[in-house]
Design a protein around this ligand. Structure first.
Ligand SMILES: [Ca+2]
Length: 81
């Protein structure tokens, strides 16, 4: 099953990333150091995405934004990354 295979790869990646690494990535995305990631900061990670990807990006952001407040905090990110 392709989807199972994908899930396994995903969880392996999560195991490899330590809390420190996640925080480093989070800090890198959180450009204004507000401790949460707005959609604009999230978007800025992929400055040269093709047009058709930007729709997906919004979906990814929405899915990660568990309480739909428009921001991703560290808790939400470690949940998803
Ligand atoms: Ca921020």
């Amino acid at each position: 099953m392709v989807s199972l295979e994908k899930d396994r790869k995903k969880s392996k990646m999560t195991e490899v990333m330590s809390a420190e690494q996640k925080k480093a990535i989070f800090d890198m995305i959180d450009k204004d150091q507000s401790k949460d990631i707005s959609y604009y900061e999230f978007q800025a990670v992929l400055p040269q995405r093709p047009k058709d990807v930007s729709g997906n990006l919004k979906e990814v952001f929405k899915r990660a934004d568990l309480n739909s407040d428009g921001f991703l905090d560290m808790v939400k990110c470690t949940h998803k990354l």
